[in-house]
Design a protein around this ligand. Structure first.
Ligand code: DGJ
Length: 712
């Protein structure tokens, strides 16, 4: 609804109300959160009356509200949404805005300041699942050069949202949340790695106190951008609180000549009235509705990195392919080490040709064998990178995205001995594109594992900051390869999960969540990755024990249970498996194929539990006809008699049969076994499961149980 003054957007349990043009000329967001129903004009007047603000002594004279892009020209003393200069002089726009509703749940605001020669276009949309998307575009309609310092998306949250949860991490320990009070004033979290980074801010959450999984209101923002970002909160004493995010731009990175514009990456805002699971549900629903979302069953993968590393022996890899197919693998991926001079990680990047020194007959025999065994063939690339020890760098030293003074890198400052290729250079782009395209064609590659193993440090493109053009060029390269090779799937890997944002996910089909194949670490990494990404997009593989990344020994059942929580597979030399292990992983392959239809389309739930060593996660079918839950421990439980697990998300009116899925292997627990863990299925209503719950066994540390509920 839009009546010239008010705009009301509603979709999937969320309302967004825009109204009143403040002193900057832009409308304000009066409400973003729970659905308000179909409001009448008089309700809107009432809403204005209820939410109108006071003017306190010591503040501005007018009772204005923050606009959808707050700035200094409205008297806002927090962080502006837009900061720009023209030829070095500050810009304080006074906008004339027109608001046009485009469909039920989208609005476009076009704001012009003729005197300042600026046009700001903003689109707000409530997408499928109630996820709110915000895009801005700034155009220079005047003379001279407009330099954009930043242009960020913000939305207001109530003052009762006084806690902030932010993410950090490191290699093999991505996406670790930390909650604190929202600091007073304007606060930013920055990432300057030229990729998301293992410590990427990922999602900023605002909540009243520490957020819970299943209850309470939570507001979230995520930026769909694969490089430098800023996440921000503004908790002012004289205004509503804001959360927001935008691209981090270096000085002079965005210079707009007359007619040029800068479009921001999309900022995604998710509101939930049902805790963190409500946040995730909106992201998952929106992602699953995208036309490019993978439609086919997610294949069981074998990626050979931890099986052979750089030691490529065609005979052994063919044997591995045979074993994989026999177990039930559907996609065989040859990792790093197949191309020119790549016997270690110090050479070869940039020369995307099969090395005859290790593959004298090329990769065709392996790719053909893989296909003849009924599997897809996948291949690893790191297209944005180059080693100085490569034909490419020797021929084109000027194609590096770098500060020339840092090539070669000063002692101690190299990064996996590799450099970044300047993809915004059309010749460099074309070199990589054509080498990759030739191989995709020749080997009938179904899947690319697309890696990115270093930060961008001092990235210089044609003498200017290079992160922005590099990121767009990488996007273009993926888009072009996908357009030229319909059906090609791409996994975004960046030393594990350092690039998992919705910008890269707009054009890729899966992420490698972490290089940690330790399933205990993975429980949490995957749990927080699935705050945004649905599980079918999260690569999760069974590795060997002890885990290469941590040395921790775990039961195979636990590794399988953890892999089943994502897009499953192996990162393991299956030729080394014992007969018993082979039997167990063959059963796992069959179970994954049986359940993936549910696991990859259902609603993810994380019941709130008390014991800090417990990880409980389930997937409930959209029609609530079935569900799969996993109970895992990551340490020893506090109580000898653990808590009862109350299962949320089922249909209270239906009766379910609960069966333990012992195919993954059995878990070790206390001497007496709760009856539901025995051989005989238990039948009970969804209401009893939610209100009474089931008695958890005294699981030993690092054990997992998986059970399946099916409605009558
Ligand atoms: C880093 C990735 O995360 C690994 O899975 C593997 O592909 C290596 N790179 C290969 O160099």
């Amino acid at each position: 609804m839009n009546n010239g003054t008010w705009t009301l957007l509603r979709r999937d349990g969320v309302s967004l109300v825009l109204a009143e043009h403040g002193p900057s000329g832009l409308p304000a967001v009066l409400h973003w959160g729970a659905d308000l129903g179909p409001l009448e004009e008089s309700d809107l007047d009432g809403l204005a009356g209820l939410t109108g603000r006071q003017t306190a002594p010591g503040t501005l004279d007018a009772a204005w509200r923050l606009s959808l892009a707050p700035q200094e020209s409205e008297g806002w003393s927090g962080r502006p949404a837009l900061l720009a200069t023209r030829d070095g002089r500050p810009l304080f726009p006074r906008w004339e805005a027109t608001v046009e509703q485009t469909g039920d749940a989208a609005v476009e605001v076009t704001a012009v300041d003729a005197a300042a020669g600026l046009r700001l276009w903003t689109r707000l949309e409530i997408g499928a699942g109630g996820l709110v998307l915000v895009d801005h575009e700034l155009r220079n309609d005047g003379g001279g050069t407009v330099e954009v310092a930043w242009l960020e998306a913000t939305l207001p949250v109530p003052k009762t949202a006084d806690h902030l949860t932010s993410f950090t991490g490191r290699w093999a320990r991505e996406k670790a949340p930390a909650t604190s009070a929202i600091p007073r004033g304007s606060t930013v979290r920055e990432s300057r790695r030229g990729r998301g980074g293992h410590d990427s801010p990922w999602v900023t959450l605002a909540s009243n106190g520490t957020p819970r999984n299943r209850t309470g209101e939570v507001w979230a923002v995520h930026l769909g951008w694969s490089a430098d970002v800023r996440h921000r909160t503004d908790r002012a004493t004289d205004h509503v609180t804001l959360i927001g995010a935008g691209e981090l731009l270096r000085p002079s990175e965005i210079r707009l000549e007359t007619g040029d514009s800068y479009r921001t990456p999309t900022a995604y805002f998710s509101w939930s009235g049902s805790g963190l699971d409500g946040i995730a549900d909106r992201f998952h629903t929106w992602m699953r509705e995208r036309p490019q979302h993978p439609k086919t069953a997610r294949p069981l993968v074998l990626n050979v990195w931890e099986a052979v590393y750089f030691d490529h022996d065609p005979v052994r890899l063919e044997a591995l392919a045979r074993k994989a197919a026999a177990v039930g693998v559907e996609r065989f991926v040859l990792d790093d080490g197949w191309f020119m001079a790549r016997r270690h990680d110090r050479a070869g990047l940039g020369d995307w040709e099969v090395d005859p020194a290790v593959w004298p007959d090329g990769l065709e025999p392996l790719a053909d064998l893989v296909r003849s065994l009924g599997m897809q063939f996948g291949l690893w690339f790191e297209p944005e990178m180059v080693n100085l020890d490569s034909d490419l760098a020797r021929a084109h030293p000027d194609w590096l995205l770098a500060n020339p003074a840092s090539v070669p890198a000063p002692e101690g400052l190299s990064f996996r001995t590799q450099y970044v290729l300047d993809l915004a250079n059309p010749e460099a782009f074309e070199h990589v594109r054509s080498q990759m395209s030739t191989l995709v064609e020749r080997l009938d590659i179904a899947f690319i594992k697309w890696d990115h193993n270093r930060d961008l440090v001092e990235p210089v493109h044609e003498g200017a900051p290079g992160t922005h053009p590099q990121t767009l060029a990488a996007y273009r390269l993926i888009d072009r390869l996908k357009a030229d090779h319909p059906g090609l799937e791409i996994e975004s890997c960046s030393s594990g999960g350092a690039r998992t944002d919705l910008g890269i996910l707009a054009r890729t089909d899966r992420v490698w969540a972490s290089d940690s194949n330790d399933p205990v670490e993975r429980q949490d990494i995957q749990r927080w990755t699935e705050l945004v990404l649905p599980p079918e997009l999260i690569g999760a593989h069974v590795g060997p024990s002890p885990a290469h990344s941590s040395g921790r020994t775990t039961a195979l059942a636990y590794r399988i249970a953890t892999s089943m929580q994502g897009s499953a597979g192996f990162e393991w030399d299956l030729l080394s498996c014992t007969e018993e292990e082979t039997e167990q992983i063959t059963a796992f392959a069959a179970l994954y194929k049986e359940l993936r239809g549910l696991l990859h389309t259902g609603t993810v739930v994380h019941p709130d539990v008390m014991d800090p060593a417990l990880r409980v996660r389930g997937v409930v079918a959209a029609d609530r006809s079935q569900a799969v839950f996993t109970v895992a421990t990551v340490a020893s439980l506090e109580d000898a008699l653990p808590e009862r697990l109350r299962l949320d998300g089922l249909d209270p009116e239906r009766r379910y049969t609960l069966r333990v899925r012992g195919e993954i292997g059995s878990a070790k627990h206390g001497w007496t076994t709760p009856p539901w863990l025995g051989k005989d299925p238990v039948q009970v209503s969804g209401r009893v499961l939610a209100e009474v719950g089931l008695q958890l066994p005294g699981l030993w540390p690092v054990q997992a149980v998986m059970f399946h509920l099916t409605a009558d």
